[in-house]
Design a protein around this ligand. Structure first.
Ligand SMILES: [Zn+2]
Length: 350
């Protein structure tokens, strides 16, 4: 639903030319872009997580566009400096990659290096430790590989057909929503573990096959262009943790583990999932108390000078595989689309 609205909104903005009119007012001082995977397209029509990936060709066009635009591509430290110093003479963009996938090293990193562009990787430490559960990908595999699955819903065994493409898509959305609505992360993980166990999907394999290990992270982290940021230990939805101490431990321990493994103490944090149901006031406060210079959400938006007072609740713009058209990104970076999304509130940190 939301997707349709954005797409509709963007088309309207683009074709009406409204974003040009709004630009000076709403363009902001800069933007942080979010990416997950950069890799060649996979075949197969059922790819509910495709919105998390862009092709290397698209990524290179994005970098060329940034090079041509009158905009600085800066590190998170430099962004922080500009906020503190009030240095907004030039608009800036930060490039951030969540989760630390191997394809970033294979496909994105050589392009970043060629264009000499700084970037940040937000690493959940259980991923290189090979203990991570990439449950959203496991769920995709379970539904892709089966014609029918069983789920316990409200204490009862229920069966769901997923033989056809439309059934698979509908079931993925329904189960994803059901999982996200669960009270605790433990319940969510238990349901996915059970699903994987009885459909013989290897839950641990996603982490092992897709995420960089410490050796690979160490190689990329040695490049001064690279900032390693924290992304918690277990990639849990922090707002589902009832206990404040647990939230604090997830953030703080991930920083210590990265420091021990790579010899660098992260100064920046990305909240897992990062939407308003995953990170809110409590998380923003704890990140600030722990001394992170900045922390980023996935709430859509560009940056305004007012974000100086909300540096642990920064919005980002997702570079989304669903909208691989240059014109979409141009509109997104103009700030017009996300300002409309935010109802023209410049700071959304509640
Ligand atoms: Zn993540």
């Amino acid at each position: 639903m939301k997707k349709t609205i954005i797409r509709g909104g963007l088309e309207t903005l683009y074709f009406s030319g409204l974003h040009h009119l709004l630009r000076p007012l709403l363009g902001g001082v800069g933007a942080i872009l979010t990416l997950h995977h950069v890799r060649p397209p996979r075949s197969g029509a059922f790819q509910p997580n495709r919105l998390l990936e862009v092709t290397p060709q698209f990524f290179e066009r994005l970098l060329r566009q940034l090079t041509r635009a009158d905009i600085d591509v800066v590190s998170l430290d430099e962004m922080h400096r500009r906020f503190i110093a009030g240095d907004f003479k030039r608009r800036f963009v930060c490039l951030t990659f969540d989760d630390g996938y191997k394809d970033i090293k294979t496909y994105a990193y050589p392009l970043l290096k060629r264009h000499n562009m700084p970037f940040a990787l937000f690493v959940a430490t259980s991923f290189p430790d090979r203990l991570g559960e990439l449950w959203w990908l496991a769920l995709e595999a379970v539904i892709a590989q089966n014609k029918r699955i069983a789920l316990v819903v409200d204490g009862e065994d229920r069966f769901f057909d997923c033989g056809s493409l439309s059934e698979k898509r509908a079931l993925y959305d329904a189960v994803y929503g059901y999982l996200r609505s669960m009270k605790t992360e433990e319940e969510l993980r238990r349901v996915v573990r059970d699903l994987c166990a009885y459909t013989r999907v290897d839950l641990a394999a996603f982490c092992r096959d897709l995420c960089m290990d410490w050796q690979e992270l160490g190689e990329i982290a040695a490049d001064p262009l690279c900032t390693i940021g924290a992304h918690t230990v277990n990639h849990k939805i922090l707002m589902k943790l009832p206990d404040e101490a647990a939230v604090r431990a997830e953030m703080d321990m991930s920083r210590s583990v990265i420091d021990a493994a790579l010899g660098r103490r992260p100064q920046h944090l990305a909240y897992p999932i990062g939407d308003p149901t995953s990170a809110g006031r409590r998380e923003f406060r704890i990140a600030a108390e722990l001394g992170f210079k900045t922390a980023v959400t996935t709430r859509p938006g560009v940056l305004f000078r007012e974000h100086r007072d909300h540096l642990t609740a920064l919005p980002r713009i997702s570079v989304n595989g669903e909208y691989q058209q240059q014109r979409y990104l141009k509109v997104l970076m103009s700030g017009a689309a996300t300002a409309m999304w935010n109802g023209f509130r410049r700071v959304n940190a509640a």
